[in-house]
Design a protein around this ligand. Sequence first.
Ligand code: GTP
Ligand code: MG
Length: 150
Amino acid sequence: MERTFIAIKPDGVQRGVMSEIITRFERKGFKLVGIKIMIPSKDFAGKHYHDLKERPFYKGLCNFLSSGPVIAMVWEGEGVIRYGRKLIGATDPQKSEPGTIRGDLAVSVGRNIIHGSDGPETAKDEIALWFKPEELVTYTSNAEKWIYEN
Ligand code: GTP
Ligand code: MG
């Protein structure tokens, strides 16, 4: 089953919206298979955002990601990569639709509270960066037969 990497950034943790974010993924029907809290080093943040190295905001972004606790998660479900991005909303909260996490809970692009993998390759790489295989669990939830037709 498809998996994606989702992180609640330091602003989301400090603002006390982590349970709200988890609830939105959970109520949709996605399944949590990995979760931990950590303060990433600047070096680690740089690895996570390596594709943005040339952007002017890269240094500030890496400093910010390592400025406090992050909730790192892996969520599983049919279409979770693409639909997870829909739940999250557009990168700039000024452009995110109401009803999305960033639309409802954030205001500024540099403080947009959550990260989600943007495709299957990124999801695979980010999960491998943030989690050891043994930190992820495989299980069946009783709700699954009510969530999926097959
Ligand atoms: P993530 O899920 O966090 O990866 O966001 P995204 O995929 O919607 O956007 P992208 O990967 O392009 O950018 C990563 C992060 O960099 C964003 O979530 C923003 O926090 C930050 N960012 C992107 N564009 C800007 C910008 O123009 N200015 C600033 N200050 N930050 C930006
Ligand atoms: Mg991105």
